[in-house]
Write a protein that binds this ligand. Structure first.
Ligand SMILES: NC(=O)c1ccc[n+]([C@@H]2O[C@H](COP(=O)([O-])OP(=O)(O)OC[C@H]3O[C@@H](n4cnc5c(N)ncnc54)[C@H](O)[C@@H]3O)[C@@H](O)[C@H]2O)c1
Length: 435
């Protein structure tokens, strides 16, 4: 039997090893469950007692992991703990903690730094440390190399440090094991060893020359999305002025078998990646006095979309002799995207806040977001079977699958659809106005 110190690549390829996961949220929990399914030993660590208690009791708080899958992982021996000391058993440590923006839209790396302190306190000879949290180029090296050195370890002799961006897409059928993983070590040797670990977790590993290249890969992917969404958002506004249906145009352009990827306009961008990740890159560029014009422009166009939606809706009501104040608006969906319960950074919340400020009465029908969460935002939660005739207008902000769109249009009588939910279902008609 090989050991991590004698031959880490053979050990990680051939033996049953232990993976320790720091942070059991949307990213960490699916990885933990997938690793347990692959027969690895798993130790999950989270600082939030609520998360640890819920998972230990078999209750998943992440939409993509159902209680049965969690139960199977726990039955297979996965442990969930709030005690970082348990991570000392792990041969591979995967760091999946949040990387939000601070008050002035600068990167908040405090969670990554706290995780690095935890790593420093548990690191021992024979461990791989890989950061998965999205962050700017240089972060892995800056935070984790000093951490393992503080633990008295020598890089590439008894510890290997890498970055591997998480690409999981909540609500997508593809789980963490199905999505190719980019891996870059802070040194080439660290990259090779980390790639051997990921080779057991995912179907395909793509190794790049450095952690910094892997960090920038993730930021390129999400900046590309932000910029292209901004492009169609701007064109949607122009197409409206030209009296052309933007959705028809995008569908037509998408018939080109090369050189065009379809992106959809909408009420803005949301979630915890597209609005945030480009800002990590822009912040690092600002330090170098390098202008990031595409990022800045995309942000400005995307952030304007809630205002544009409210303007269009106001015009729609005006055309029918209705004031916005006092109008009863039923929002379909507040989650940031289809078929998820996550409303973090959702542009729907910006739209509804603006409508409420202008005096509209708002109800929300969202089959995924819990009713108490809707109430926390200050809106009336409407059930899927509730009568709808009292509402003056339905506003599609998230195109969840589990909504009876035909019934909504029939009972409410007027719909403003920012997601093309009606036309794609063959339900376009006089009652429906598209973005
Ligand atoms: N959610 C996504 O779709 C997605 C996709 C790709 C990448 N990412 C990136 O992955 C990272 C994690 O995102 P997420 O959505 O899983 O966040 P999350 O908020 O759902 O989960 C993070 C978890 O980490 C825990 N935590 C915080 N500090 C900790 C610490 N010091 N030690 C241990 N646990 C700690 C929190 O309690 C929480 O349970 C972020 O960098 C994010 O940008 C997220």
């Amino acid at each position: 039997m090989t050991s991590m110190l004698d031959d880490p690549i053979a050990f990680l390829r051939d033996e049953r090893w232990t993976v320790g996961i720091l942070g059991l949220g949307y990213v960490g929990l699916p990885i933990a469950v997938a690793a347990a399914r692959k027969g690895l030993a798993v130790v999950g660590f989270d600082v939030a007692a609520r998360v640890v208690d819920g998972l230990t009791a078999g209750r998943s708080h992440v939409g993509d992991v159902d209680d049965d899958a969690l139960g199977a992982a726990l039955d297979a021996g996965m442990t969930v703990t709030g005690d970082p000391a348990a991570l000392a058993d792990a041969d591979v440590l995967l760091v999946c903690v949040p990387s939000p923006l601070g008050r002035n839209r600068q990167p908040d790396t405090s969670y990554i730094e706290a995780a690095a302190d935890t790593v420093a306190s548990v690191a021992r000879p024979g461990q791989v440390v890989a950061l998965e949290s999205t962050t700017y180029p240089g972060s892995t090296e800056d935070a984790f190399v000093p951490a393992v050195e503080r633990a008295g370890l020598t890089l590439d002799e008894d510890v290997w440090v890498a970055f591997s961006p998480e690409r999981v897409d909540p609500g997508n059928q593809l789980g963490p094991s199905d999505i190719p993983k980019v891996v870059g070590g802070v040194t080439p040797r660290s990259g090779e060893v980390a790639a051997a670990a990921y080779g057991r977790l995912v179907s395909k590993v793509h190794v790049v020359s450095s952690a910094r290249a892997a960090e920038l890969t993730k930021l390129l992917e999400n900046t590309y999305r932000a910029v292209n969404i901004a492009l169609v958002n701007e064109l949607a506004q122009l197409a409206h002025e030209l009296d052309i249906d933007i959705w028809e145009v995008i569908e037509a352009a998408a018939t080109k078998p090369f050189g065009f990827q379809a992106f959809a306009p909408g009420p803005g961008v949301g979630g915890h990646c597209i609005p945030l990740d480009p800002q990590y890159l822009a912040w690092r560029a600002r330090e170098l006095k390098f202008p990031t014009r595409f990022i800045d422009l995309a942000q400005s166009v995307n952030e304007h979309m809630p205002i544009y939606v409210v303007d269009r809706l106001t015009q729609l009501l005006n055309d029918r002799g209705l004031p916005l104040r006092g109008t009863r608006i039923l929002a379909l969906g507040i989650a940031y995207k289809r078929d998820v319960a996550d409303d973090r950074e959702s542009p729907a919340l910006d739209v509804l806040r603006l409508l409420a400020l202008r005096g509209a009465d708002i109800g929300v029908l969202d089959p995924h977001v819990p009713t108490d969460r809707i109430a926390q935002h200050g809106y009336v939660a409407v059930g899927g079977d509730d009568p709808l005739a009292d509402w003056d207008l339905a506003l599609v902000l998230t195109d969840h699958t589990a909504v009876d769109y035909a019934r909504v249009a029939g009972e409410v009588g007027l719909v403003f659809d920012t997601r093309d939910a009606y036309r794609t279902r063959g339900l376009a008609g006089d009652a429906v106005v598209a973005l």
